[in-house]
Design a protein around this ligand. Sequence first.
Ligand code: NAD
Length: 335
Amino acid sequence: MTSERASGGVDRTVGGAAAAGPVAFIGLGHMGAPMAANLARAGVDVRGFDLSAEAVAHAREAGVPIAATAAEAVAGARVVITMLPVGRHVLSAYSGSGDGSGDAGLLAMAAPGTLFVECSTIAVDDARQAHELAVAAGHRNIDAPVSGGVMGAEAATLAFMVGGADDDVAEARPLLEAMGRRVVHCGGPGLGQAAKVCNNMILGVSMIAVSEAFVLGERLGLTHDALFEVAANASGQCWALTTNCPVPGPVPASPANRDYQPGFASALMAKDLDLAAQAIASTGVHAEAGSLAAEIYARFAEGDGAMRDFSAIITDIRERSLTTDVAVERGEGTS
Ligand code: NAD
């Protein structure tokens, strides 16, 4: 139920069945706090919880009603949303001692039939395990990872990629629409995470390809503008080039124009490509480029690249490239 206000803003008021009953929101970090705040703003009875006092204080300031414990947040909730760092946090929060008190997990605290909506970015296998745990405990579960980053979370413009049963996705949809502007039902359990991992593998590989092409162009004497003009209007066209261009100039809004301030931090790209690498390993797919991209971003994020936009990978490629003098000494670049 998302409608445009006469003022031109977006009225995200959640009505109907979706408005009935409290929603527990577990994990109020960079993403969770603004997402939960948007739900509260839409009229949902939100009960937020986080292990970190700092995250709780920040979320409260942003307008999220806070529960003292996970059990208090989940008591009587008809939906439990989780937004946690990685798969092991989700599995331990579901199964036990997730709130640091040695208590039973969220699944044991919830009333039978509760809908668990897992929004963190985690491995497909972990998402499926979380689903099985929820079902075994008498609940329902969908995976609904997001893209759009903190800015998208704040502006309620996230894209949700959702995996789960039709009825459960339909029930969660009004809540997701209060936090985002695009909800794509990708298939059964785990397939929201699968879509996210596949998309971000395309993104990581294409950013490396675009960056390598710019550095090669530089060495060949091609200006950034000339290469951009050709590739953006030819078969090299892609988001990494035309929206997040790794060199300053051709796309004024890209992070390269502000010293690679993210945007989408390389540490997050490294995390997502590691999830892709896990999926590649578990399926046996011969994905050489995806696996190599995971290695390249892992190395970059270990160094000082972690908090730079992922397009800063071009600076690493440039630094690792032989100088022209060395290339000439080795007989490269001359023929
Ligand atoms: P974050 O580290 O800022 O927040 C995670 C929060 O979870 C922390 O405040 C932590 O204290 C809390 N937490 C951990 N275990 C808990 C538990 N058992 N109970 C209650 N709280 C618990 O992370 P984030 O940036 O908000 O990201 C959350 C998820 O969203 C990650 O999976 C991330 O990959 C994904 N994501 C992040 C972005 C982004 O731009 N930050 C974009 C898309 C997706």
